[in-house]
Unconditional design. Sequence first.
Lengths: 291, 272
Amino acid sequence: MSTTERDPLLRINKLGKTYPAARGSTDRVVILKDIELDIARGEFITVIGPSGCGKTTLMDCVAGLTKYDSGSIEIDGSRVEGPGPDRAVVFQQSSLLPWRTIERNVAYGGEMLRWDKTVLRQRVQEAIDVVGLGGYEKHHPHQLSGGMQQRANLARALVLDAPVVLMDEPFGALDAMTKKTMQDELLAVSARIGSTVIFITHDIEEAVYLGDRVVLLRPRPGEVDTVYDVPFARPRPRELVDSPEFRALTSELSHRLQEVASRRTTSDGGPGNREEASIPDNPINARIEKP
Amino acid sequence: MATTTTQGVASRRRPRPYVRVEISSRQRLFLGTAGVVGVLAIWQIASSTGILSPTLASSPEQMWQAAVSLTKSGVLGAAALSSAQLFITGFAIAAVAGIILGIVLGWFTRVAAVLNPWVSILYATPRIAFVPLIIVWAGIGFRAQVVMVVLNAIFPIIVNVAAGVHNSDRQLLRVARSFNAGTFDVLRSVALPGAVPFIITGVRQGMMMALVGTVVAEYFVGNTGIGGLIFTAGVTLDTATAFVGAAIFAIAALILSAILGATESRVNRWRS
């Protein structure tokens, strides 16, 4: 049973986005086509797909950093037209302002929203403690390791307490050990705060471990290929990763991902829970739509 | 005659392999001091023995005597003060106006498109070419001299500041937008701090150009200050005084450079 019928917080409805094919050209490349996704409050959605499937563009559209060409994105009923306090973004590069201390970096979002200084200071301290950077408030980013910088990046987003948190491969540049630690911390934090998360990743195991549902996108044009339910109960122990059910799901995903990456169009039957898999009737290749 | 080697090709002896010479800082200090002292000594000896004409080439001893007498009579002090006033006034105006204009040009693309050709033209022109026009428009008083200094100093500042603001880190701008920063928020919190190294480079170049402008102004736009002192000394063949003046400018340049260098490293701490 899908939770989305109960309480969809975020509705993506026939979302489309195109870019000009080349400088000055009137041809357009379709990056995203007819993306449909309903996400419930508190749901953790992971998005995977091969390069060029538009994952980052999708996130940019939801974040309000890019205008989309067709369809709509609604959060709690209101249309997304630009950035807003209801969405927080965690980019892949930690992108902290190098001339600010960790404290002042984490405070950035609240500063831009003109929050009361006392309230902000408290929220910043909480966020720093939650990600385990207590004691490093006065440090500068260059004094911290990559993993710690990424934690600060996460803290910066958490301060906003935004209903929707968007994360674009935030752990992609970390080593395996730090990655696992950060994944578990993220699960703990988002469970506690109850945020709705859209998490983009290349790592299938990460996608299944973290997500309530996994959205697989196929490229050229970017479309939703399959949405997989991840049936494992929370909280999830790290050992889950070795269980046969987990392995079955990751291998199904892996198989499908490979198919989609090499542009084959057949969907195969297999174990695991799946919602509608759409089968396109045209071969998947770059579609140039003339105006 | 060339000899044949076992390789069958005629060759001379192989050159010694290149090894970079490394010396300790102590050796460096010693050699450096020796160089300065040596040149001064040779100069003094050449002057005293008449190899170099004492009138034309002067000597360290004469320089010293001139410096002492000028200081005692208060002439050197007054001239230095006058030059300092001119330099500081001109540089301050150039710095403030230059930074503001640089930010405007770096941030507002359309304004930059309109003004950049003019900036390029004026930056490329040797400002000394404008001296006669400045005299026509502003006379030869303090105000005209300040104009000269400002004209000289402002362009490197504008150009560097604009470059710094314009070339802000794209990813940081994206982050700022995602956190709901408005246009002026982005300018204030991301573009300007990021441009600081460029601003400092510009200000440092501007400072050196302001010094040049001061000398030029004091030569050609009213004979005041140390520049005027040098000019008059040259005309009267008082080479000792002329050297003293030049040395004062050299010392000033070194001090300014050192101060700015220290500021630069403090500001760039977080870059390491």
